[in-house]
Design a protein around this ligand. Structure first.
Ligand SMILES: Cc1cc2nc3c(=O)[nH]c(=O)nc-3n(C[C@H](O)[C@H](O)[C@H](O)COP(=O)(O)OP(=O)(O)OC[C@H]3O[C@@H](n4cnc5c(N)ncnc54)[C@H](O)[C@@H]3O)c2cc1C
Length: 258
């Protein structure tokens, strides 16, 4: 399963000059949706057997999120960290993660959060599946059945849909799927001594094209970051019996309707 360490979104600041997140401006935590993803994977392991491997791409301090994942029931933790991974957009991030998964060998199911609280794109999970050429279902709020070669899930896209896909597959999960467990002190202490493997760009060389990692592999470019000004916003409340007519008139005046 895949987890991302994110900055505390209430406190984080942006470096307007470079167009990047100033990670030193806020403490880091595991993306909350990824705790639901981890809980999903650990529950499946407890029911059906197998092993849960957690992968995160990020700076060296992301190791603390991986240790937390080990305390919560993961069996193996891998940190992808290298200056050559830096500046990655979602395409390069997902490509790097998919390359690491390819290096791991065979697997049945990849579980991701539906999105992160900082980047918030929800693109990485489905992109990883596309890179690996496996089916995926997003916004999964319930795993109904798992057999040797299939998984039956409910996806919440406003309305709920039932999907059956063949394994290996990837799912991204919503917060409604479960309540993540709190690790015991014993598990936390055990995880502190556990090994977190560190993989750099060279170690993935035989499994993907290293030119597709980081900034070099990114198709998007942040040209400018601006904070929208509050004064720019306007709100008008229409009340009374003729509210709808006046709303239509106002929208017409602004050119939103002919
Ligand atoms: C041009 C550009 C440059 C960027 N440069 C940087 C940079 O220099 N440094 C930087 O930190 N960010 C950078 N970013 C942001 C970076 O692209 C995103 O942090 C990353 O791709 C994840 O996207 P997201 O947060 O929207 O994840 P989502 O798609 O919302 O995440 C969905 C799920 O995917 C998994 N996931 C996402 N990211 C990771 C990860 N890193 N490791 C493991 N699992 C993951 C998790 O399960 C998560 O719940 C840049 C973005 C752009 C567009």
């Amino acid at each position: 399963m895949l987890i991302k360490q994110v900055p505390d979104i209430e406190k984080v600041r942006f470096d307007v000059e470079t167009g990047r997140v100033d990670r030193s401006s806020a403490p880091a935590e595991t993306n909350p949706f990824d705790l639901n993803a981890l809980e999903t994977a650990v529950r499946l392991k407890e029911k059906l057997g197998g092993r849960v491997t957690v992968i995160s791409m990020g700076p060296p301090q992301a190791e603390s999120s991986l240790r937390d994942a080990l305390a919560r029931g993961a069996d193996r933790a891998i940190l992808l960290t290298d200056k050559r991974f830096a500046g990655a957009d979602t395409l390069a991030t997902s490509y790097t993660l998919a390359t690491a998964i390819r290096k791991l060998g065979s697997f049945d199911l990849i579980v991701c959060g539906e999105k992160t609280v900082d980047g918030d794109t929800g693109q990485v999970g489905p992109e990883v599946a596309e890179h690996l050429g496996i089916p995926h279902v997003a916004y999964v709020c319930e795993v109904r059945e798992v057999s040797e070669d299939r998984i039956l899930v409910v996806s919440d896209m406003g309305d709920k849909y039932l999907f059956e896909v063949t394994l290996p597959a990837l799912i991204t999960v919503t917060k409604d799927i479960n309540t993540p467990r709190i690790p015991t002190l014993r598990d936390v202490l055990k995880a502190r001594r556990a090994k977190v493997e560190v993989w750099d760009a060279d170690s993935l060389a035989g499994y993907g094209e290293t030119c597709r990692f980081g900034l070099q592999g990114s198709m998007t470019l942040v040209t400018r970051i601006t904070i929208p000004s509050e004064e720019g916003r306007r709100g008008i409340i229409f009340r009374g019996e003729d509210a709808v007519e006046r709303l239509i008139e106002a929208l017409r005046k602004e050119g939103f309707i002919p």
